[in-house]
Design a protein around this ligand. Structure first.
Ligand code: PLP
Length: 483
């Protein structure tokens, strides 16, 4: 290992300490208060290991970027190869040596629906590009989006997010963005009839609610958009490239959007990359005028490492037959969760498609548990899900996710390389967590409380170990410190 590599290895144990000091102390503190305080030092496939060698099953997968699993050797190998080639890169006045290859592969996978690819650096940015193209293409201003939608955190993207909490203290947003209810065709028809809508933007399965839109809604949305001269933007940033059991969830359902955005899986988790697939007529309308070549440009978008990460990831996905594997494993997982739901009355329903599944909770019929849920729900509608999430992390060593603000559900995005037995073990870990919760001593309130207490105790130990003062001094110091 090089000196540089050794220095990084030595740093791993102090990473959270430095991050707390220099990056985002409040966020780390929030996780640690809940007991999510492992220090991860190694990763492979669907697993992370903490500094004590304990293995975690990672079903959060970096928010979906690790669909091929963490640290995939073929993706790393391709990156090392290209670094050794001394290729031209970011020359600006010339074609990207590798962008064309990746674009050709993506257009091929998308069944000929699109003619051009615009690369970007993140999911948010790809949606910004699509929104802007829609205005430039139609000469209209308004956008429609769905309740519960998530399209990113940059200004345009957040303006079409269906969670008002995400806009707090950030107003004013992009003007002229109108929410409509999920699957509400009457509302969509009404809004499109005004004739001022540039585009409707949708995710086939919503990342922050886990809900799969009805096929009938998506197909009729396409018809209505075409009828009224509006564009349909399909945000497949999270669903695209196999996650939901097909290469693209929307195309698989027979929907033909005007633009489709991709990111997450395409990166192989190695280098950020995003793409907007654009239909021919949209490209012509945006770039029709001579001199419009720089309507969109981003310095790093077609950088060699991002393009190679994309190409190598597509190779891995094809070799794994990822869409088919995702469909098969997704069914196995869903069936197992439905089976658990038949024995656990706190599970209301399972939402999702392929390897993107969300378990929604409701209040139990068991009085002891129901009382705790009512108490927690009064504070925060996702508090029960948070307690399950924490317990799964701490006791079962499984990493899951609360998908969106106030959502009382637990979402998983298993890498496609997760073994069948591991998916089944997740379902039984969930069942055993939910069963333990019926006992007041190990219920959800105690679980969250334990996290806070444990974290506070750890804080005290750290202060005592690090501080050059005696106990009375430490007590005075702690009085001023919030954990
Ligand atoms: N769109 C969807 C559907 C997403 O799930 C996400 C991220 O979670 C984004 C857009 C934003 O992507 P990024 O975080 O790369 O900007």
């Amino acid at each position: 290992m090089t000196e540089f590599g050794e220095a990084i290895r030595e740093h791993l144990n102090s990473a959270s300490h430095l991050s707390r000091r220099h990056i985002h102390p409040r966020l780390l503190q929030m996780f640690e208060l809940a007991g999510l305080d492992a220090v991860f030092t190694r990763a492979e496939g669907p697993h992370l290991w903490d500094s004590e060698g304990v293995r975690y099953l990672d079903l959060l997968a970096g928010g979906g970027v690790y669909f091929t699993g963490r640290n995939h050797p073929d993706i790393h190998g391709a990156l090392i190869d290209v670094l050794g080639m001394d290729l031209p890169n970011l020359s600006i006045v010339n074609a990207s040596p590798l962008g064309g290859l990746l674009a050709e592969r993506l257009l091929g996978l998308a069944e000929g629906r699109f003619a051009k690819v615009v690369f970007a650096n993140s999911g948010s940015e790809s949606n910004e590009v699509a929104l802007r193209f829609a205005r430039q293409c139609t000469g209209r201003r308004r956008f429609l989006y769905l309740d519960g939608a998530f399209h990113g955190r940059s200004y345009g993207a957040i303006s079409v997010c269906g969670f008002p909490e995400m806009r707090e203290r950030a107003e004013p947003m992009l003007p002229t963005c109108t929410p409509i209810r999920i699957n509400d065709l009457a509302a969509l028809r009404r809004e499109l009839r005004y004739g001022d809508v540039a585009a409707l933007i949708v995710e086939p399965v919503q990342g922050m609610t886990g809900i799969a839109l009805e096929r009938g809604f998506l197909r009729e949305a396409e018809n209505l958009c075409n009828q009224h001269g509006s564009l349909l933007i399909m945000d497949e940033v999270q669903t695209g490239l196999g996650r939901t059991g097909s290469w693209f969830s929307s195309l698989d359902q027979g929907v033909r959007p005007h633009m489709m955005t991709l990111s997450k899986t395409l990166s192989g988790g190695a280098v950020p990359v995003a793409a907007v697939l654009v239909a021919d007529d949209v490209y012509e309308r945006v770039y029709g005028k001579f001199g419009s070549g720089l309507v969109y440009f981003s310095t790093f978008a077609e950088n060699n490492l991002a393009m190679v990460a994309g190409l190598a990831t597509l190779d891995v996905l094809e070799a794994l037959d990822a869409p088919a594997e995702s469909a098969r494993k997704g069914k196995l997982l869903r069936d197992a969760l439905v089976d658990v739901a038949s024995r656990c009355d706190v599970i209301e329903r399972i939402e999702g498609r392929g390897l993107m599944q969300t378990v929604y909770f409701r209040n139990s019929d068991t009085p002891v548990l129901a009382a705790q849920q009512a108490l927690m729900g009064a504070a925060d509608s996702s508090a029960f899900a948070a307690s399950v999430h924490v317990e799964m992390f701490r006791e079962q060593k499984v990493i899951t996710q609360i998908p969106g603000p106030g959502v009382n559900g637990l979402k998983v995005l298993p890498p496609v390389v997760t073994e069948d037995s591991e998916l089944l073990s997740f379902a039984s870990a969930l069942e055993s967590t939910l069963s333990r919760f019926t006992d007041v001593r190990s219920g959800p309130v105690a679980s969250l409380g334990k996290g806070v207490a444990r974290s506070a105790a750890k804080g005290v130990r750290e202060v005592l170990a690090a501080a050059p003062f005696d106990l009375p001094d430490a007590a005075r110091f702690l009085e001023k410190k919030t954990f």
